[in-house]
Design a protein around this ligand. Structure first.
Ligand code: CMC
Length: 391
């Protein structure tokens, strides 16, 4: 005992063995359960990918249909959840509401998941995917002042998600297939990313045998920060600030390089990718395609491209291997789909959910010990206690 190595930010520490996601940061490779992210984004649906991430194999047609059906069966959320949503101020940040609502689900589902039963795990998976997607859309409805609505069993997951988010009672809501495809792809690209900050959080919280909803609620909070999932919101805010400032990208690059300035180029850099982020490559192309298909002309996309080019040619960014990450272009697509900026990180959470679930289950099935790092104490030695009258 006694000798402790400090590894701040766990830059060189592996916390577990995992068979879910393979990531090679030098080569820019990302695979879920052995399947390349490029193939999955092109050929699969989000629910198909969720199944593979969680259960290890791509589903057969029958398995997929059953999985979609079983998710549908859990889409009714306890009516009292609506009172909880009502209690939030309208301008509360969606991630704060989502994390609270996920935690509140424990009140209506107090029984822990029996990890020794495959059936119990399967039911918990379906329930979590169903409730989380409904609550995520309700967070948006709350902020818009729309009445809460219900899942339509005749529609697929992504179509339902969009309808639940945007449909208002007075108008018929038609889902645009271009939007469905784009959202499906974005969710797939976010489905898992090995031991990132929020996933590690889910595993550590779950390692105390806290429940699945409680662990995921903690994951939502971890994702919220601008250095992690919150970067997608921060990117658009940065691009808008550049636009408002006259479009001078060099000025912002200079700020990002200035070590006395806390500003960082949002959507740039990654702990593991030191060459390029394969997700960013796919998303950049998707952004072009989606904007063209929807006939949207977003001046922020031009600023993003100019900024990316300037940063990639800059010695500071080159020397540190800083490339655009998944969050750099995703916000531009979300905007084109009509999703408000403050909801972007909720969209990331909806995409990351299967990863969190898979990692939580894996951690429990591996019987991992409680996560409990050590420290090196740097405080005072033993001191004599002073009575309050003498302090
Ligand atoms: N702008 C300017 N400088 C940067 C940036 C940036 N975006 N990212 C890293 N650096 C510099 C950093 O200052 C350091 O420089 P030096 O060696 O001179 O001290 C060097 O690059 C290494 O950075 P680090 O902070 O030690 O790297 P890290 O692995 O701890 O952090 C990161 C990774 C993603 C938190 C960081 O790159 C960052 O803050 N990026 C901006 C936020 C962002 O886009 N986050 C989304 C990440 S991808 C999706 C997700 O995880 O949710």
């Amino acid at each position: 005992t006694g000798y402790i190595t400090i590894d701040q930010g766990f830059k060189n520490t592996g916390s577990c063995q995992s068979s879910i996601t393979f990531l090679d940061g030098e080569k820019g490779i990302l695979r879920y359960r052995g399947y390349s992210i490029e193939d999955l984004a092109e050929k699969a649906s989000f629910i198909e990918v969720s199944y593979a991430v969680i259960f290890g194999e791509l589903p057969t047609k029958t398995q997929l249909e059953k999985f979609e059906d079983d998710i549908r069966k859990h889409t009714l959320v306890n009516e009292e959840m609506k009172d909880i949503i009502d209690g939030f101020p309208k301008n509360a940040h969606p991630m704060g509401i989502l994390s609270s609502l996920t935690s509140a689900l424990t009140a209506f589902n107090p029984k822990p998941v029996d990890v020794d039963s495959q059936e119990a795990i399967y039911n918990a998976v379906c329930k979590t995917i169903a409730k989380f997607s409904v609550l995520s859309t309700w967070v948006h409805r709350k902020r818009e002042g729309f009445p809460m609505n219900y899942y339509d069993n005749s529609k697929g997951y992504v179509e339902n998600f969009l309808t639940m988010m945007f449909a208002i009672p007075t108008e018929e809501y038609k889902v645009n297939p271009v939007v469905v495809d784009a959202l499906d792809k974005l969710l797939i690209l976010h489905a898992d990313h090995e031991q990132n900050c929020s996933t590690s959080t889910v595993r550590v919280v779950g390692s105390s045998h806290a429940g699945l909803f409680a662990s995921i609620s903690a994951g939502v909070s971890a994702l919220w920060g601008p250095l992690h999932g919150g970067a997608n919101q921060a990117v658009i805010e940065m691009l808008e600030a550049i636009k408002a400032d006259g479009g001078d990208v060099e000025k912002f690059i200079a700020k990002a390089k200035d070590k006395d300035d806390p500003f960082r180029l949002m959507g740039f850099g990654h702990r593991v990718y030191k060459n390029f982020d394969p997700r960013a490559k796919i998303i950049k192309k998707a952004a072009d395609d989606v904007l063209a298909a929807l006939g949207v002309n977003d001046p922020v996309l031009d600023i993003a491209k100019t900024l990316e080019k300037a940063a990639l040619e800059d010695e500071y960014f080159k020397a540190r291997n800083l490339y655009p990450n998944v969050d750099f272009y995703s916000g531009i697509i979300y905007r084109a789909l009509g999703i408000p900026t403050e909801m972007f990180t909720v969209m990331f959470a909806v995409g990351r959910l299967p990863g969190w679930i898979a990692q939580w289950i894996e951690m429990r099935l591996n019987s991992e010990p409680i996560g409990r790092p050590r420290q090196v104490y740097t405080g005072e030695n033993l001191r004599a206690f002073k009575e309050i009258s003498n302090r």
